[in-house]
Design a protein around this ligand. Structure first.
Ligand code: GFB
Length: 416
């Protein structure tokens, strides 16, 4: 009898622990289905805040890659790119792989799997189909959930509530409408977060540290190929970006543009030159930084044209101009973190990630950065803008973070 009890004990304990987790925690799960890495990370930070405000554990989905020539997105497990442990300083997390293999059967039985989306929509296959979340329709939606063998039994539309749960009234509505006891898992067809990222959530970047492998590869590359001081530059100039930049409008933010124009355009309007700087601007801005730092080398990260021959010609081979031999976006970003100075693309969210890593990480050794094509102009000091900035600071403080002083970016210490 005793023996049977001892044999069964771990199973009962397992039940109790899983049951306990179920009741106490609640989970948020989502598909980072919009855009590529930089876009995905921005909505990731917002979703992390969403989960924290609702006091639910965030299930860390993998990132989605879109390999050239492949019809379907592929998944890259979260912990291959970032470490999991440091995230726990901000809030509870579990990887999707661990959640699916250890908890899902208990807290998210197949027949109870509901998917949350803003509002029902028509199917791409025509009006004959019912309107619904269409959560698995198309790429990357289908491949993402299929990878974990997830199907949904029902849809939930949450558009009336919105997802600004930093507002206590909105959070209270979520808690009332979807209590953890009835909805242990909130699974979203795409991130319940704003894009571009809300200013008050930028600081969450500090909890995202590169995986040991990414960090090691970046450090090895720097040690072998780059002499310090070195300037890191991001040249975003592929065909998709060139086309996108046609749509820049000086009155609206465009992808990550707020990082250089300021949230309230206090540093100037978005321009096409900031989106796709000309070769002469790139060379002029780079020369100025190389001179200022007395840099000995330059690291070029790009999705398309690395401008190696033009840059070598511009510097007359006086300094080393280097790129990585293989195209790994994560290692490239980690190398940019290690640069003595970074010149970023104002509007690319890929650049935005590198900038946030420098601005917000309390441990970052290298902080200085600038943007290609950004004229140094006086800060717009209209009273209305100063008030808006104060409001943003207040929101950020409530969200648990703080914007570092703006002068870090542009050296306008005395202006505000
Ligand atoms: O990261 P991301 O969302 O930034 O998408 P944007 C750009 C992708 O291009 C990256 C590759 O995730 C990388 O796969 N890429 C860009 C790079 N720059 C580099 C680089 O320096 N090195 C390497 N190795 N890869 C948005 C898209 O891009 O552009 C939107 O997310 C849309 O969906 C828009 O397509 C036009 O914000 O720059």
């Amino acid at each position: 009898m005793l023996l049977v009890g001892l044999v069964l004990l771990p199973f009962f304990l397992g039940e109790v622990i899983a049951g306990d987790r179920n009741e106490r925690e609640g989970f948020v799960l989502f598909c980072p289905c919009m855009g590529r890495f930089g876009n995905q990370v921005e909505t990731f930070l917002g979703t992390f805040q969403f989960a924290k405000q609702l006091n639910r554990t965030l299930v860390l989905p993998p990132f989605l890659e879109f390999p050239y020539g492949q019809r379907e997105a592929t998944v890259v497990p979260f912990d291959r790119i970032f470490q999991v442990e440091p995230l726990k300083e901000f809030h509870r997390v579990i990887t999707m792989e661990e959640f699916m293999s250890t908890l899902a059967a208990n807290v998210w039985p197949k027949e109870e799997r509901k998917v949350f989306c803003w509002t029902p929509r028509e199917s791409a296959y025509g009006k004959k189909e019912d309107v619904s979340c269409q959560a698995k329709e198309g790429n990357p939606f289908g491949p993402f959930w299929d990878h974990y063998e997830v199907d949904f039994a029902d849809d939930v539309y949450f558009g009336d509530l919105g997802y600004e749960v930093a507002e206590p009234k909105v959070a209270a509505k979520w808690l009332r409408s979807y209590p953890i006891s009835e909805f242990p898992v909130l699974a979203f067809s795409s991130a319940p977060a704003a894009f571009p990222i809300e200013p008050e959530n930028r600081f969450i970047q500090q909890f995202f540290r590169w995986s040991e492998q990414v960090q090691r590869e970046a450090e090895e590359f720097v040690n072998v190929h780059l002499k310090r001081p070195f300037v890191g530059i991001h040249l975003r100039n592929g065909a998709d970006w060139t086309r996108a930049c046609e749509h820049v409008d000086p009155e609206y933010h465009f992808f990550a543009s707020a990082q250089c124009t300021g949230d309230f355009f206090e540093f100037g309007p978005p321009t096409k030159e900031l989106c796709l700087p000309s070769h002469s601007t790139i060379i002029k801005d780079l020369k100025a930084e190389v001179e200022r730092l007395e840099a000995k080398s330059v690291f070029v990260s790009s999705d398309h044209d690395f401008m190696l021959s033009e840059l070598n010609a511009a510097f007359n081979k006086s300094i080393g101009i280097r790129k990585m031999p293989t195209d790994n976006p994560y290692v490239s970003l980690a190398v940019l973190d290690l640069a003595d100075h970074l010149i970023a693309n104002c509007m690319s969210t890929f650049s935005g990630l590198a900038v946030r890593n420098r601005r917000f990480s309390p441990t970052a050794e290298f902080k200085s950065h600038s943007f290609f094509g950004m004229p140094k102009q006086p800060v717009h000091k209209a009273r209305e803008i100063v008030e808006k900035i104060a409001e943003r600071e207040e929101k950020a403080a409530k969200a648990g973070g703080q914007q570092p002083p703006l002068d870090i970016q542009f050296g306008f210490r005395d202006e505000l």
